[in-house]
Design a protein around this ligand. Sequence first.
Ligand code: GDG
Length: 460
Amino acid sequence: MASAKPAGRLVVVSNRVALPRQTAAGGLASALRAALQERGGLWFGWSGKLAAETASEVHQMRDGKVDYATVDLSRADHEDFYTGFANGTLWPMLHYRPDLVDYQRTHLDGYLRVNEIFAERLRQLIRPDDTIWVHDYHLIPLAAMLRRLGVKNRIGFFLHTPLPAAGLLIALPNHHELLETLASYDLVGVHTRRDLRALEDYFLHEAGATMHAGGRLRMPEGRQFRAAAFPISIDTEAIAEAAQRAVSNSEITQLRNSMEDRELIIGVDRLDYSKGLHQRFEAYARLLERAPELHRRIIFLQIAPPSRGAVLEYRQIRRELERSAGHINGKYAAPDWAPIRYINKSFPHQLLTGYYRTARVGLVTPLRDGMNLVAKEYVACQDPDNPGVLVLSRFAGAAQELTDALLVNPADTEEVADALERALKMPLAERRERWSAMMDVLRRNDITLWRNTFLQALRR
Ligand code: GDG
């Protein structure tokens, strides 16, 4: 790294905290934990527990050089802040779904209230030379609240979702009040150049900001901040090695045996309307309809662990997909073959890497996605001698980097069916070529580069 090692701790703030020895830690969690271990730090956020009162106490623990501080939420605050505003209003809006936005003033009030309580609790734990890194749409106003409490530290923010164009953002009630608080950060990071353009456009045309040297945005009252794109990635080498080891697991052998000599198409997504699962099922059905020669030759395995069950749309999509999978199997299955295997539960990550490697096609077709790490993981898990093909939505941030995938519009049933057919029939030489080009991208930009680049930019 060019610049000298930073002084002071790193303080990571996110809604959920990946506590030590929690097994479900994903790639992001381990990347942040590694950064905290490296320079010493604090991870602050919600404990994941409900209590009679929000943040009545701060639970603290220490693991090596890392302190963890978490607070409980009251049931009412959790409903307003997390279920109501974060996931009922912001998530659909940020994923270009104003039709699904459920806006209630009480939810916004709860969101601001919880952010305020987080800011107050966090302020007591901050030291003057700490660098603070806040994550995601749950905590947009946190820096503004910390500044009001006198915090002068460098504070960065990273948005893990897409950011839609200003024309859509202004449909969000109170958008000025909420989005302009981003100016209280020193650095705002998004995944792609498209998200960055949307952010700049909003600030220049809706918030009265002006653009200055070095990409600085200056607000009418004088406060300046920077915004930039930092495409998140995965621990490429570690995941590739895990996949290589995983193929000898008995679960992977069982999957292989059950497939006989059929080709596997795999999808892995949280059960979320942004992931385009319904359209994906339709495209697969279309493929079966028009390519009878593929019947009994292919299996589509969709793993979709349920999430956010408290939000109505998530319960609806679950029912809808069960119907759709049942319908497709009912129509095309034979006594010894079912075209779809649809599973509503989560698996250990190590096992997923083996499933990815077993699949000839990775089918990743979100309608919108900030990045989509599954697409990157699928590529990293392939056997270099016999790699599979990634079919990827143009509207995932990952499509900006993985240009050697078969890129599709997820809403275009025919186009996705075409891509599936092409992927299944692709000759080895082309598969290898596309895969190495994508693997080069992932070796160059891995999760370590992502966090180092962000933190370095935040120091400037
Ligand atoms: C948000 C943004 C952005 C999935 N099923 C299981 C499991 N997973 C893991 C995957 C992957 C992660 O969860 C999912 O990450 P994605 O990026 O695909 O999607 P979101 O959860 O929506 O993430 C997204 C990301 O934040 C990071 O900024 O890319 O755009 O929406 O790592 O492998 N892990 C385990 N069991 C499962 O069943 N253990």
